[in-house]
Write a new protein. Sequence first.
Length: 135
Amino acid sequence: MNHIEHIGIAVKNLDEANGLYAKLLGVDHYKTEEVESEFVMTSFFKKGVNKIELLAATHPDSAIHKFIEKKGEGIHHIAFDVDDIELEMKRLKDNGFILLNEKPKRGADNKLICFVHPKSTNGVLVELCQSIKVE
């Protein structure tokens, strides 16, 4: 793992949260993107080298909707940048971590992603992110 790629925050209303975080961080979001496979709309902020991803459910079956129903709005996950997601997934699995994905999948912000189950990380949902190289 190279560094923290972003912190994911679950929100009920993306427009309201965009306004709040724009005021908080002093910058506007730079990208909004729907991830249909996850039933989520995302919005990204960058302040210096740090990134925040806001996540709002687009369907009741969304993991974000279920998270908010159970825990309320707040920090959902921490994402780490990796060079080779498949190698990192194998390393973690070999070390006893429980992966929520057998194979990497396409996520927001031009990334391949995989989640590590919070049961194996002291209650923290961890996301691995590898940038997809644009040819």
